[in-house]
Design a protein around this ligand. Structure first.
Ligand code: C2E
Ligand code: MG
Ligand code: MG
Ligand code: MG
Length: 286
């Protein structure tokens, strides 16, 4: 009996660890195979310039179209990709695909299309890879696709920027020197020091949707949004609102002087072909 208990003890501890490790390895292999089988897809969500009312560009958002699991959202595999370095092939592929698509749209549509930009999310590991690898990557993809640098926006989550400030300032400066736009994503959630904020060479602040969400129900959130817009103004940064879902939120953002908005109110992220369909309804082809 003692022997059995002893064995049980053993069973409770080690094999469960193994099970977890095995599950993780399986998920990692699934993701690696998904990349090889080209099951990743870039979806595009419109961004609307509130000054003109027209589409200023799209945010590229990756999806995994799994034959077994259906459409898997990035929250379910980006963290794993970051832990396993699979973020490098994933990030490279999204960047190339988004830039290629943006170039195609710009060639296909007229005057308004000339301003059309694409925003790509850059993860912590991509930003912090050694020797400014992300800078060379972006330079290579711009050359490969022929997309004008000013039409590529890179979104970097606020919390990531605070991890290694001097290094990130230098990487951002090199990205900006290429001519790409850099935006701080999920702004308001990352506790960035306002003193650092003015030293980051960025072009825009993207306010987190958690503030936008409560804009029409909670006066404190409205006050924070107003303060963020004033801060962006003072630092001469463009200010973007994500997660705009209602006409009331939009009206409020407009009256506060927000520059650009994005959210289900305007459109959900959709496949490239559907995004082209949206452009067709608002722009005329060349
Ligand atoms: P994010 O960059 O902050 O993107 C905004 C997220 O909010 C997207 O979720 C988008 O679909 C969702 N969203 C847009 N409008 C609304 C709205 O009106 N209401 C609500 N409730 N949600 C809205 P998604 O596509 O699931 O992406 C989640 C996160 O995954 C992104 O957050 C981004 O951090 C990351 N991600 C997505 N694609 C990539 C990628 O290619 N590379 C990297 N590194 N990260 C990515
Ligand atoms: Mg983003
Ligand atoms: Mg965001
Ligand atoms: Mg967000």
């Amino acid at each position: 009996e003692a022997k059995a208990r002893g064995r049980n003890k053993h069973v409770v501890y080690d094999p469960s660890m193994n099970a977890r490790a095995r599950a993780r390895l399986r998920r990692e292999n699934d993701l690696r195979r998904a990349i090889e089988r080209e099951e990743l897809a870039v979806y595009y969500q419109p961004k609307v310039d509130l000054r003109t009312g027209s589409i200023s560009g799209f945010e590229a958002l990756v999806r995994w179209e799994s034959p077994e699991r259906g459409i898997v959202p990035p929250d379910e595999f980006i963290a794993l990709a970051e832990e396993t370095a699979l973020i490098f092939p994933v990030g490279r592929w999204v960047l190339e695909e988004a830039c290629r698509q943006a170039k195609e749209w710009r060639e296909e549509y007229g005057a308004v299309g000339d301003d059309l930009s694409v925003a790509v999310n850059v993860s912590a590991r991509q930003l912090q890879q050694e020797q400014g690898g992300i800078v060379e990557e972006v330079e290579r993809v711009l050359a490969l696709t022929g997309l004008e640098a000013g039409c590529l926006h890179l979104e970097i989550t606020e919390s990531v920027l605070m991890e290694d400030v001097p290094q990130n300032i230098s990487t951002l400066a090199r990205l900006k020197a290429l001519g790409v736009h850099v935006e701080i994503d999920d702004f308001g959630t990352g506790y960035s020091s306002l003193a650092y904020l003015k030293r980051f060479p960025v072009d825009g602040l993207k306010m987190d949707k958690s503030f936008v969400e409560k804009l029409d129900s909670d006066e404190e959130s409205a006050a924070i949004v107003e303060a963020m817009i004033m801060l962006a103004r003072a630092l001469d940064l463009e200010v973007i609102a994500e997660g705009v879902e209602t006409p009331a939120q939009l009206a409020r953002l407009r009256s506060l002087g927000c520059d650009v908005a994005q959210g289900y109110h305007f459109g959900r992220p959709v496949e490239a072909m559907a995004a082209t369909g949206i452009l067709d309804t608002v722009l005329s082809r060349r």
